[in-house]
Ligand binder design. Structure first.
Ligand code: LMR
Length: 408
């Protein structure tokens, strides 16, 4: 009966903004969700994206088509995104030439994860490994799409990355695994959310062979490409490294333009799956099932944001501007870290220099996070993650003074 519906807890990230909005604290600061804001606290449109929008607006040919897109998105978008991900930044030429990459234009990174998890849970297995800690929505997405075992691998403990423990846990768990039912593993491509700490290239060289040899299926979640180094191409290093292996059960890549093009609400992203070469019909089979999944959930993706992204990716001048825009965003985030570092000097402070990207993982406990919120109007997620984009020259002093008081 309908009476069985119980109340679900508020979303651990988005639920906080609702609370923030009604908070009357005069100095309140929202450092919860990962949305980039400028030094005036505004969410601005990137110059590259604004130019693409005005080009679309002034060209009826390009912009007057509000018809449905195909189930898996427009062909132009597919070609441009695949080129961007696999031809330019990765050693994926051959895979593209051999038609081994299946593609879905998705509702951003979350949509990509949802479609991927539906396919995996239906046909492969219902077990996924997620880093501890991870983005609060990962477990939710996998659960709602049919996974019945969410396992956590140790990622970050006592203020640092622990890959020895991570790999030991995988190996210990896999001594008895059934190769017919391979598990999946979520790997954050860069700017790990929430910690901001990623394995180095050398560490990935230790991690990937273990995952490969255990027969685990990688799901690369690439939501912050460009925000680690400021260079979109450079930040695709994990994808490049994964492509050096042949994955017998596929390689899943969930990618988003929400952050690096600032297209949050337009929901623009992709799922691509690198399919093993044999049997020959497998690629078509996967294509067909992905279509069926999309059709059963939302039918086809929205058009406008993908047209904007498509133009930025395909027009050389806009693309160059986009690279500059992303560099500017990444530089501002880095400068905030430096500014905060100058003002904070706790012994317990987690080393700023080991972290990068949108988030600063403070190491504050849930009680301290609560005090910050209730007494100072400063909102972090409960795990102590601070979205640096909400910090600016007008609030950095107040923020750092408040942090000192809470920590003392
Ligand atoms: C975040 O972690 O804040 C972002 O990925 C936004 C979201 O959807 O949670």
């Amino acid at each position: 009966a309908l009476l069985r519906v119980t109340k679900a807890p508020a979303d651990k990230i988005l639920g906080l903004t609702a609370k923030f909005n009604v908070d009357l604290h005069p100095n309140k600061i929202n450092l919860t969700v990962g949305i980039y804001k400028d030094n005036n606290g505004r969410v601005t449109t990137f110059p590259s994206v604004a130019s693409a929008q005005s080009m679309l607006d002034s060209s009826l040919d390009l912009n007057n088509d509000l018809s449905y897109l195909p189930i898996t998105g427009s062909q132009d978008y597919q070609d441009n995104v695949l080129n961007f991900l696999y031809r330019e930044s990765s050693n994926g030429h051959e895979l593209l030439e051999d038609n081994r990459i299946t593609f879905v234009q998705t509702l951003s990174g979350t949509g990509a994860l949802a479609v991927a998890s539906k396919l995996l849970a239906t046909f492969v297995s219902k077990v996924v490994w997620i880093p501890n800690p991870s983005w609060a929505n990962h477990a939710n997405v996998f659960q709602w799409n049919g996974f019945n075992q969410i396992k956590y691998y140790t990622y970050y403990e006592n203020g640092k990355l622990d890959i020895d423990k991570w790999l030991k846990e995988l190996k210990d768990n896999y001594s008895s695994a059934d190769p017919g039912w391979p598990s999946s593993i979520v790997l954050h491509a860069c700017c790990h959310n929430p910690t901001g700490v990623d394995p180095t290239i050398e560490q990935w060289k230790q991690i990937l062979p273990v995952i490969h040899d255990l027969g685990i299926i990688p799901i690369v979640d690439m939501a912050y490409q460009g925000m680690e180094s400021g260079d979109l191409m450079k930040d695709a290093y994990l994808l490049r490294m994964c492509l050096e292996y042949e994955w017998p059960n596929g390689l899943f890549v969930c990618q988003s333009f929400a952050k690096n093009m600032g297209l949050y609400g337009e929901r623009v992203g992709s799922l691509s799956v690198v399919v093993p070469p044999q049997p020959k019909e497998l690629k078509n089979n996967i294509d067909s099932q992905l279509k069926k999944i999309v059709r059963g959930i939302y039918s086809s993706p929205p058009g406008y944001g993908s047209r904007v992204a498509n133009l930025v990716l395909s027009n050389p001048a806009l693309k160059q501007q986009w690279f500059t825009d992303v560099k500017g965003m990444s530089d501002r985030l880095w400068n905030i870290r430096v500014e905060m570092h100058k003002r904070l000097n706790w012994p317990s402070l987690i080393d700023f220099k080991t972290q990068h990207g949108m988030f600063y993982f403070t190491g504050l406990n849930p009680y301290q996070v609560q005090i910050l919120q209730e007494q100072y109007g400063i909102y972090l997620t409960q795990d102590g993650r601070m979205s640096l984009s909400g910090v600016n020259s007008s609030n950095v002093d107040y923020l750092c003074e408040s942090l000192h008081q809470v920590v003392e």
